[in-house]
Design a protein around this ligand. Structure first.
Ligand code: 13P
Length: 344
């Protein structure tokens, strides 16, 4: 492992004003997104859609440091035969790859899951590196369900263990691991319960990373924000989300980590931007805070595109707008007024 090079890639992923585009939806997830806009999910439509994003040159060159791809996409070519990874590289962004293989039911823990995909991961990583991937992603999923006593310590422990196994294998393959322990915002819990669970999850994750000798300087953390569950009657204000998220991260995340790139997790586009902006306005943090959004960057372009070739320019405009809003948020210089100014 060359740690200096891993650190260089990690720092580039969180370069000032830039963040990550999570375009790594699995076959099932992208079908769900396409169903919502009335588009059939085929290899060709998935390619056309992602090609539209990667050819959004202003967004890609000014605001996107790297793109997380799904296995199918990393091997796909654009309509003119250019590999999609080459479009990303030509825009000055870094190709990355989701390497987990989704979740399975966790034995003895009803309602909980373990993320799988460690078998033969070393061989897969070597092939992805050859294709151009310089970072990877693995998502662990932790649900909160108070009446079912979820999450269990078992689920937190085994998912943290798997994240660390993945991260160590990535670094051995000279690939920067994005470590993503996602605490879902689906429940009816309040923000303080989210903080309590996320704190446990982050502490266990860093404990496992240390046990397995992962070099913290060569990774990126992708956490959820401290946020109330969607079904909670008492939603937290932007200021409360920002303050509680920062307090939690300062307590749990070592300063050696080069950067933190949040997931959006089902927040509205504007909430995801406003929260990131508010945190960066507080400032004085040991790591850059940026975005690694899937839905909060893509919902608008998906709608604008709706599967029609004549809407490609509109889709690219919508993507560029959201990417610029989040780029501003990553430096604490966004304002809600800019949302209506689509030229911004
Ligand atoms: P969301 O921003 O839609 O949560 O997606 C980010 C991601 O990569 C989840 O694994």
């Amino acid at each position: 492992m060359n740690l200096a090079d891993l650190n260089k890639v990690a720092l580039a992923m969180v370069a000032p004003g830039k963040g990550l585009l999570a375009a790594d939806e699995s076959g099932g997830t992208i079908k769900k997104r396409f169903d919502a806009i009335g588009v059939e999910s085929t290899e060709a439509t998935r390619r056309d859609y992602r090609e539209m994003l990667f050819r959004s040159s202003a967004a890609m060159t000014e605001t996107i440091s790297g793109v997380i791809l799904y296995d199918e996409t990393i091997w796909q070519n654009a309509a003119d035969g250019t590999p999609l990874v080459k479009l990303i590289e030509a825009a000055g962004a870094i190709p990355g790859i989701k390497v987990d293989e989704g979740t399975q039911a966790l034995p003895n823990c009803p309602g909980e899951t373990i993320t799988v995909g460690l078998d033969r991961l070393a061989e897969r990583l070597a092939k992805y590196y050859e294709r151009g991937a310089r970072f990877a992603k693995w998502r662990a999923v932790i649900d909160i369900n108070q009446s079912a006593h979820i999450p269990s310590m078992t689920a937190i422990h085994v998912n943290a263990h798997a994240l660390a196994r993945y991260a160590a294998l990535c670094q051995q393959a000279q690939i920067v691991p994005i470590v993503e322990p996602e605490v879902l915002m689906d429940g009816d819990h309040d923000i303080d319960r989210c903080v309590e669970v996320t704190t446990r999850v982050l502490n266990k994750t860093f404990q496992e990373l240390r046990i397995q000798r992962v070099a913290l300087e060569g990774m990126i953390l992708k956490p959820n924000m401290a946020i109330a569950g969607k079904k909670c009657a008492k939603q937290a204000s932007v200021t409360e989300v920002a303050e509680k998220t920062i307090r939690m991260l300062k307590a749990c995340v070592p300063a050696a980590v080069p950067g933190i790139a949040f997931l959006s997790g089902g927040q509205s586009d504007e909430d995801a931007t406003a929260h990131l902006d508010a945190m960066n306005r507080i400032g004085g943090l040991p790591w850059p805070l940026t975005f690694s959004y899937g839905r909060a960057l893509q919902a608008a372009p998906q709608k604008a595109w709706s599967g029609k070739a004549e809407n490609i320019a509109a889709g690219q405009r919508a993507f560029t707008h959201r990417a610029r809003m989040n780029s501003l948020a990553s430096t604490g210089t966004w304002s809600a007024a800019l949302e209506t100014d689509k030229a911004a």
